[in-house]
Design a protein around this ligand. Structure first.
Ligand code: NIG
Ligand code: FE
Length: 419
């Protein structure tokens, strides 16, 4: 028997339906393609029809008895949110560092003293695969509760061959064992491990000569990410690692210009990265280069808030034609949150995105940042039935009634997973 979900009478069905290929830019980021009194018909996990309730009733009334019907009267309905940048599969927790930063220590002070990413690396290395799967599942459950149905996840807390592979295998298991779609990124270049201090070049070679081939061999990742930052990997090292990844079919991403301006945005454009992340300190030239190259800016306003830094120039980037996506950056150090709704709120409050742009950045453009736009990110015929029903009536309220989780029901591939 077929499994059929029929959502009817949404006060606003924000479909984000596409009229062109690729991520939305400029004014197109404001177009949500809203259908009033909207309806979606999902059959065996796939969207078969989208339109007004009247249109779909004409089409399906004789099959209504086959469907599980949800009356969405008075409610906003959107595509499942997409989080295109997380470090979700980690071990342990770092709440003490939060206190230390409030007492005056900086993020880099803590990392250089062997804490930060190094602390999570120790805890991730100590954890078994099963333990990491269990800890990460709880976070993925929380993502679902917040309306997120697709998540990117990075390695980078193993920092040696065995443990990088372990983290990626954990993500592969999560993809099989959890309803969320988890898209894996290799990030061996997340930090230079403490035992390679003074031998940074050797670690770069280890990534290029051993880790990248092994990751590609087991097909454990789609993307290759680098933390290009003063005191971590230089632009020159980052370029080598990303170019080497390309040889193995891994698509570049870059943690760029987060803490200091370092030419990361320019490098992202140069190597043809699909996206550049953070960009708090990106230069004007770097922003122009990204607009010209079509590099997606993946902006992380919760990280900026948590580190008490000024957010990236999201408004300027959109106005200059950079496609913008937003993300939690979910990680134990700089952004231990799973709330994409909060991130949308912050995108408006701290980067001056419009409520509609924030929703585009968290759905369709976010899907583009992880090459999932043919499967999810909008409500269109042929895509997965990834849908959120919100306990509010319009998309402006979603951003305006901030800091609250308005999720009522979530369907992943046509299966009700929340509510
Ligand atoms: O994206 N900036 C580098 N990596 C992460 C933080 C990782 C951590 O602190 O554990 C980020 O913010
Ligand atoms: Fe990150």
């Amino acid at each position: 028997m077929k499994s059929i979900v029929w959502i009817k009478h949404a006060s606003q069905l924000a479909t984000l339906a596409q009229n062109s290929e690729g991520p939305r830019i400029k004014e197109a980021m404001n177009e949500l393609s809203i259908i009033e009194d909207g309806s979606v018909w999902i059959e065996d996990g796939v969207i078969k029809a989208v339109g007004t309730t009247t249109e779909l009733e004409r089409k399906f009334n004789d099959r209504a008895h086959e469907a599980e019907i949800t009356d969405a009267s008075g409610h906003l309905v959107t595509p499942g949110l997409v989080d295109p940048h997380t470090h979700v599969a980690y071990g342990g927790s770092r709440e003490r560092e939060f206190e230390m930063r409030l007492e005056g220590a900086t993020y880099m002070d803590i990392m250089n003293a062997g804490g930060g990413i190094h602390a999570t690396t120790r805890m991730t290395r100590e954890a078994s695969e099963d333990e990491l799967v269990e800890q990460s599942k709880k976070r993925l459950d929380s993502f679902l509760q917040h309306g997120v149905t697709t998540v990117e996840g990075k390695s980078g807390y193993g920092l040696d061959l065995e443990n990088e592979l372990k983290q990626l295998r954990v993500m592969k298991r999560l993809q099989d064992e959890h309803p969320i779609d988890l898209v894996p990124t290799f990030m061996g270049a997340h930090a230079v491990p403490t035992d390679y201090k003074g031998r940074e070049e050797e670690f770069v070679e280890l990534i290029i000569d051993e880790m990248l081939p092994a990751v590609a061999d087991e097909k454990l990742a789609v993307f290759n990410d680098v933390f290009c930052e003063v005191g971590v990997f230089t632009p020159e090292q980052s370029e080598r690692i990303l170019e080497a990844g390309k040889m193995y079919g891994l698509i570049p991403k870059i943690h760029a210009d987060e803490i200091e301006p370092y030419g990361g945005a320019e490098l992202a454009a140069k190597v043809g990265a699909i996206s550049a992340e953070h960009l708090l300190k990106a230069s004007d030239d770097g922003i122009t280069a990204m607009a010209d190259a079509g590099t997606i800016a993946c902006l992380l306003p919760a990280t900026a808030l948590f580190l008490r830094e000024e957010a990236a120039k999201g408004r300027k980037m959109i106005d200059e034609g950079v496609p913008v996506a937003i993300s939690t950056d979910c990680n134990p150090g700089s952004s231990p949150t799973t709330s994409m709704p909060l991130v949308m709120n912050l995108a408006c409050i701290s980067m001056r995105l419009t409520p509609a742009e924030a929703l585009t950045a968290a759905t369709y453009n976010a899907a583009c940042a992880i090459q999932m736009e043919n499967k999810t990110g909008s409500l269109e015929v042929g895509k997965q039935g990834d849908v959120v029903l919100w306990d509010i009536s319009n998309y402006q309220e979603l951003q305006y009634l901030f800091g609250v989780n308005h999720v009522k029901t979530v369907w992943k591939k046509g299966v009700k997973v929340v509510g």
